[in-house]
Design a protein around this ligand. Sequence first.
Ligand code: AQP
Length: 326
Amino acid sequence: MEKKNVYSAIQSSGIPSLGNYLGAIKNWVDMQNEYNCIFSIADLHSLTVRREPSQLRKYSRDMFLLLLAIGLDPEKNIIYFQSHVHEHCELAWILNCYTYMGELNRMTQFKDKSQKHSDNINAGLFTYPVLMAADILLYDAEYVPTGADQKQHVEICRNIANRFNQIYGDTFTVPEPLINESGAKIMNLQQPEKKMSKSDDTGVIFLFDEPNLIMSKIKRAVTDSDSKIYCSPDKPGITNLLKIYSSAKKISIEQAEKFFADKNYGQLKTCVGEAVIELLEPIQKKFVELQNEKDYIDKLILTGKQRASEIAHKKLQKVKRKIGLI
Ligand code: AQP
């Protein structure tokens, strides 16, 4: 049986957070044997917020190393930088002409990010989902593994693909989101009603945090005045810690609740801290090793670009033919 295609991406907008890891990239590793996987570092998406060029360069390269450090095999998977494949921008322009302002206006991420960056509400922030649709549709992805926050963007991608297919006949594969429930939305440790983001200043665990820092951030996590450990909408802090624990330990939420039933908040925090440290330590070690392999990494970056470009080029040619471009 032919393997199905999977596409996913991560912005190089900072040091990845525990949310990015548990909600998205950890699942990529689990998928690499079963699917044809194409993973990109969405450096163009990262431009929607102003960045220091040297910092963006560093975050982007570090992200590439990190994807290898978490266990993605660069031969099995196509791993590349979005900006290395110009077809993404070309297709995004075309798809802009098949996307309605009303659809984009409904995107909650646009609303959230406009609030967060009120001094720079640029058109890229608004059309972000169209570029994301181009990313996915270029590679005929059947599945898009993602955190719950990106579900709406996959929905709009499906709408655009269906609309295009209806007008021009079968052109794009219509993708489905794949959301891993236990890590789907890891919340900020200081504001557990808000998702953890790599660009947050506080309440975030970064994948390169040292063990002591991880433990102290978890010890300072906001909880509540009750003392019972279970998941509930009125216990967002405790629910978040249980989610982190169950996802890090690969157990169900119910198993985590059972394990902590007779323990107190202090014990919960220590166990969560230890689980996260145990999860991240081997990744951090591998990342440091890869930093010393510059030539090898440069070669992989080039190979990723070539492999992705080949697929993207064919698809864009097809689209151009269909819509009547010479
Ligand atoms: N808190 C989260 N819990 C679960 N999954 C999450 N993801 C992000 N935050 C969480 C998932 O990580 C993948 C990569 O995300 P991205 O970097 O492309 O964009 P984002 O969703 O905007 O991530 P951040 O960390 O919030 O970035 P900034 O701070 O730059 O805006 C996606 O699959 C996402 O769902």
